[in-house]
Design a protein around this ligand. Sequence first.
Ligand SMILES: Nc1ncnc2c1ncn2[C@@H]1O[C@H](COP(=O)(O)OP(=O)(O)OP(=O)(O)O)[C@@H](O)[C@H]1O
Ligand SMILES: [Mg+2]
Length: 366
Amino acid sequence: MIKPNPFTPQSGWEPKIFGGRLEQVEHFEKTLAEAAATRANHMVIIGQWGIGKTTLLKQFKKIAQANGYPASYCPISQVKEHSSVSSAINLISQEIVNGLPQPIKEPGQIKQKLQPQVQFTRFLQELWPQLKAKVAVVLLDDVQNLATVSSIIDMLRAVLSKEEIINDTRFLFVLASTTEGWDNFVNKHDPVGRFFRRREMIGKLTYPETEAVIASTLEKSGVVFDPRVVAEIFRYTQGHPYELQLLASHLFEAQLEGRVGLTEWVPAFRNTLRELGKDYFESLAERASDREKEVLLVLAEARGPLAQGEIRRIMIVEKHAKNFPVANIKNFLYRLQNKGLIRRLDDGTFQILDPIFGEYILSSAQ
Ligand SMILES: Nc1ncnc2c1ncn2[C@@H]1O[C@H](COP(=O)(O)OP(=O)(O)OP(=O)(O)O)[C@@H](O)[C@H]1O
Ligand SMILES: [Mg+2]
């Protein structure tokens, strides 16, 4: 019997098997114990799209509650351009209450007329006694959505530094943000970077972690993947959690008599590329100008790192790109890197962001 597809190719879907992140989990457990014993050292989780920020926060919630500490998972939705800090604070307060596992009497009238900072301090002070806990964990996901009211993060810092909050309550805040989103807060509000010092950058899973996630997810599903398929999944996704769930999910769908081999690879990969294209790569590629796209294509075709001089040679000798401003290649590379489309390696060569994105560029150039 083939069981339902066990992979979870969707932003925010909890994976059947939670892979890797040993270090982050250990740090969180340590921070939790410190919070219970002495004081809360608030944390920030930073990482690119689909890397597993939401999943990690939800894992933290489980760990906190298994230890007897209530935790509230709060997704922050996009805040409109002209929203006031005060209304954003109300939204966050509401999410905190809604996300808690126990019944909460809505903290009393918080007057809109109060300064947002005072308003949020009162909210935490009124909430705390109801929780009857040693520590309460607040997990704020997607804080980059607060960009239009960016001072709110600085306000949060100010509130959490207040003596009365430190002495009378014990909230532990864990924020999650995209990398650019967080940089934006830190650049605009200097003290924010210093305050949230516990920064966890999360990246791709390692090969053994990827292999273990696939094998354990497939367990009892009635489907097995050929080891060469698993090696190919890693070669292309390099352990990116969302890409790996999506690709593995398509491969699962392609099983014949419970087996997935290299024959099933091609159509499954094509479908994965199409979906990633719609969801993400299209808008990523649009960041590049036409000239930059030509350089991007050279890097995609190389399927590996290239030095600047080599790119120039390919343009002139192989592509006969007579009108291409080769003198500007350095600038194009710089801009592509800033836009997050390519990476500069330690030896000074350049590589396209990730292999699947490279394949997408190749397929859309045809
Ligand atoms: N540690 C993990 N092990 C296995 N799968 C994971 C892990 N973390 C995340 N995933 C899977 O990867 C995908 C993306 O995860 P998640 O939504 O948590 O990422 P995110 O960084 O919050 O993404 P977004 O930028 O969309 O908010 C989901 O399909 C999830 O099931
Ligand atoms: Mg998320």
